[in-house]
Design a protein around this ligand. Structure first.
Ligand code: UDX
Ligand code: ADP
Length: 460
């Protein structure tokens, strides 16, 4: 049976970084090396000042502090780390394709393929290769085919071990997962990975399946979660026209144990690197097997989400007397959810894009997102040039000062600190009527209205 002494993880991002930190913390006898092509990112992981780690995740700094340079290492020497490893996690990004066949839907697997080729080139002894990134079903086939055709006599075993951590709560999710899923074909290889997790996860929570079930389960878990958000968001619109209150409805249905209370918070729309990408993948796979009804069914979860973002920005425009041209709209929050500096697919980006089309000025305050990130998100959309984005969007680091001369405030992320801002001073700073559009239903309506604001939330 394999005893793992050396683990390498390719990709030091939101998944690889936290996951390997916890694996290293719980397995002091295993040397864990996280490698990345991006030197700036690796330097940040190695920074003495733990506030400079490249990703913000509550509790991550103390685990890195405990394990780093004991049995946890961050490096750019990918070849050396591959050579030394018994087990290699592939944790690189798999963005939606922006070109060619499957554009806008299929996952771009070029980074995965590059990794597989690099492993094939460097490996001199047998290795277990673990897919950690979310991948379309049957990707393992492609990896296997690349690895097994090197002709260098090395044996590779492929495992699928999808990550279920959610950003912002990643450390707690890793420490105490609902389940760990391992898919594979070779019993010894599966057992080797089970042993790594069994150091801290109860055996009953470690489930093993065939490769394809594991790959598909990851996509399906995210699709089901996203579907719940789109479902409650669809009801939020109905609540607004009927006089029902979406929080009351969510509470009433969530107490049905068959439904459950989680993931029923109406919002401006879901974001993040997984939900949309994974559903698009599911849709693409279904279509490629000619399962058009299946594809349409899941596509609707995304359409509903697009509608919710569009509805939010349209409501701002309508309320501000049908024009936002030249008006100052302050965004509180840019990240796709609280407690992370990740902005991938954040609703804020699309709401901003729509308001910029209407020639609004946007002032962004987010406690953890940098100005460079905000501009790079807007530039990436390609709706308008970088100069225009910089002319009409200002990023600031003081939320109260941001409101000077503002016509409206839009809450895009549910950061806790927004609840206790100095709302009286913010009100004094603004044009009247002073509007607040709470895209996360986080503010206390009564006290906000008492100050004098005109307050609009989702689904009420
Ligand atoms: C998700 C899955 O939860 C995780 O298991 C998987 O590994 C990766 O994808 P993540 O994207 O980090 O994790 O965040 P999640 O907490 O799932 O939230 C996704 C989006 O849905 C966020 O924009 C969030 O604000 C939104 N959301 C979530 C709601 O609008 N309402 C809810 O009730 C829950
Ligand atoms: P995730 O949320 O899936 O962790 P990220 O984009 O945060 O995604 O992280 C993926 C990381 O993988 C990036 O830091 C990127 O530089 C790295 N990466 C991509 N391809 C390779 C490769 N061939 N070798 C090493 N690192 C890679």
């Amino acid at each position: 049976m394999h005893t793992i002494k050396n683990i390498t993880c390719i990709g030091a991002g939101y998944v690889g970084g936290p996951t390997m930190s916890v694996i290293a913390q719980k397995n002091p006898d295993i040397k864990v090396t996280v490698v990345d092509l991006n030197k700036t990112r690796i330097d940040a992981w190695n920074s003495d000042d733990l506030s400079l780690l490249p990703i913000y995740e509550p509790g991550l700094d103390s685990v890195v502090k405990e394990a780093r340079n004991r049995n946890l290492f961050f490096s750019t020497d990918v070849d050396k780390a591959i050579d030394e490893a018994d087990m290699i996690f592939i944790s690189v990004n798999t963005p939606t394709k922006t070109y060619g066949k499957g554009k806008g839907q299929a996952a771009d697997l070029k980074y995965i393929e590059l990794c597989a080729r690099q492993i094939a080139r460097v490996a001199k002894n047998d290795k277990i290769v673990v897919e950690k990134s979310t991948l379309p079903v049957r990707t393992a086939d492609a990896i296997k085919s690349i690895l097994n055709n090197t002709g260098n006599g090395v044996n590779f075993h492929i495992l699928s071990n999808p990550e279920f951590l959610a950003e912002g709560t990643a450390m707690a999710d890793l420490e105490n997962p609902d389940r760990v899923l391992i898919g594979g074909e070779n019993e010894d290889a599966i057992q080797a990975l089970v042993n790594v997790y069994a150091k801290w996860v109860p055996k009953a929570k470690i489930i093993t399946t065939n490769l394809w079930s594991s790959e598909l389960s990851k996509l399906v878990a995210n699709a089901f979660l996203a579907q719940r958000v789109s479902s409650i968001n669809s009801i939020s619109e109905l609540c607004e026209v009927t006089g029902a209150n979406v929080d009351e409805v969510a509470n009433a249905i969530g107490m049905d144990s068959r439904i459950g209370s989680k993931f029923l918070k109406a919002s401006v729309g879901f974001g993040g690197s997984c939900f949309q990408k994974d559903i698009l993948n599911l849709v693409y796979i279904a279509r490629s097997y000619n399962l058009n009804e299946v594809a349409d069914y899941w596509q609707q979860v995304i359409s509903m989400n697009d509608h919710q973002k569009q509805r939010f920005s349209s409501n701002i425009i309508k309320t501000l007397y049908n024009t936002v041209n030249g008006k100052n709209i302050v965004f509180y929050g840019w990240a796709f959810k609280k407690d992370t500096n990740d902005t991938r697919e954040s609703a804020a980006i699309y709401v901003a894009d729509h308001l910029l089309d209407e020639e609004a000025n946007i002032i962004v305050y987010d406690p953890k997102v940098s100005a460079e990130q905000v501009y790079s998100d807007l530039d990436y959309l390609g709706t308008r040039g970088p100069e225009e984005n910089r002319r009409f969007v200002t990023v600031v680091n003081n939320p109260v000062a941001a409101s000077k001369g503002a016509h409206a405030i839009a809450v895009l992320t549910e950061w806790d600190e927004f609840k206790s801002l100095d709302w009286k001073s913010i009100y004094a700073n603004m044009f009247k009527p002073a509007f607040i559009f709470d895209g996360r239903n986080v503010l206390d309506k009564n006290s906000i209205v008492e100050i004098g604001f005109s307050y609009k939330s989702i689904g009420k």
